[in-house]
Design a protein around this ligand. Structure first.
Ligand code: AMP
Ligand code: MG
Length: 324
């Protein structure tokens, strides 16, 4: 398969480009598109065979469910059983990097839900994503547009590197603005669960709900299978440096470094971020840069866990995990 790449205006997507993408999606094909978090690999989320093609293209385990992307809160109504709490969260945080896991209605295919009885829903905050969903007229299932286990793609070149030849089209609207995936919260029971830290700060959701988000135990993390796998990892090894501990690296002269403050060792390549937000925006691209430049590994500075720092910590921990 040849993968087409079309440049699209991020603020005012061109009609003919959207039309091309819409045609592919209506025929059950795969289109990678930008969201504010990372690039997503989209398919018709109500078509079981289109969704199966996503798992195949990514090499994703079939029990790791997909997020359905909608272009308005109203479109969530036929997909899940909503209540006052979920509707209030949608009005407060959508469009934005917050995914709600809710009891599914039967219209959502088994394949989209990874066999669970719940469904994950989100309204992305990106004009291209919203226009595309709107035109296709169905919710788009869209996990990150990378090979399973790799760093998520934050621009079109990363999508092509991983999935070139495996999908129909990439819409290139430049780099994303958030850089890590959405926060996923579980709303199937009375106690809200934090299933994955992400682009919406945990603190903001807790302030809104007036109760703390529970961290899932073994049982409930089985309910969010994506959190089990090793993830986000470049081909080269990742080591975490947690100041004030000593910074250890087998060979800094051929390794790279990503962090907020200058490293104490003479690394071959140093990328410094000016803020936690920029760190989030640049972490995955930083991993891919180190690969491209042929470095032997990368040392990553452990950030504070506030705001988006919690999501950064999660991605760094998983990228550095040895084995699965
Ligand atoms: P990704 O699409 O790669 O950003 O991953 C989606 C995340 O949402 C994964 O961690 C999934 O396990 C989680 N998720 C999706 N659907 C559900 C669901 N029905 N229940 C629990 N977690 C879900
Ligand atoms: Mg992913």
């Amino acid at each position: 398969m040849k993968t087409q790449c079309l440049v699209v205006n991020p603020w005012n997507p061109e009609g003919p480009v959207l039309e091309e993408a819409t045609g592919i999606l209506r025929r059950g094909g795969l289109v990678a598109f930008p969201t504010e978090t990372v690039y997503g690999l989209g398919a018709n989320g109500l078509d079981a065979s289109a969704v199966t093609a996503i798992y195949r293209a990514k090499g994703r385990p079939s029990d790791n469910p997909l997020i359905l992307h909608v272009s308005s809160p109203l479109e969530a109504e036929p997909l899940a059983f909503l209540d006052a709490r979920s509707r209030a969260l949608m009005s407060a945080f959508w469009p934005g990097p917050l995914t709600l896991v809710l009891p599914s209605r039967p219209i959502v295919p088994f394949e989209t839900r990874g066999g669970l009885d719940s469904v994950a829903l989100r309204m992305p905050d990106h004009p291209v994503a919203l226009a595309l969903i709107d035109r296709v007229g169905v919710p788009l299932a869209a996990p990150s547009a990378n090979l399973s286990g790799r760093p998520s793609p934050t621009d079109a070149s990363a999508v092509l590197f991983d999935l070139g030849g495996r999908i129909d089209l990439v819409l290139d609207a430049g780099p994303v603005s958030v850089g890590v995936e959405s926060t996923v919260i579980g709303l199937c029971d009375e106690t809200p669960l934090l299933l994955r830290a992400g682009g919406t700060a945990k603190e903001d959701i807790e302030d809104f709900l007036g109760v703390p988000l529970q961290i899932p135990n073994e049982e409930s993390s089985r309910r969010s299978p994506g959190t089990r796998y090793r993830h986000y990892a470049p081909f080269v090894p990742v080591l975490v440096w947690k100041p004030p501990e000593p910074c250890t690296c087998p060979a800094p002269q051929i390794w790279g470094y990503l962090g907020l403050t200058p490293p104490p060792l003479p690394f071959a390549r140093v990328v410094l971020f000016e803020s936690l937000g920029n760190y989030a925006r640049g972490l995955f691209a930083g991993f891919r840069l180190m690969e491209k430049e042929g470095l032997e590994g990368v040392v990553v500075q452990w950030p504070s866990g506030e705001g988006i720092g919690l999501a950064l910590r999660d991605r760094i921990r998983r990228a550095a995990a040895v084995g699965s």
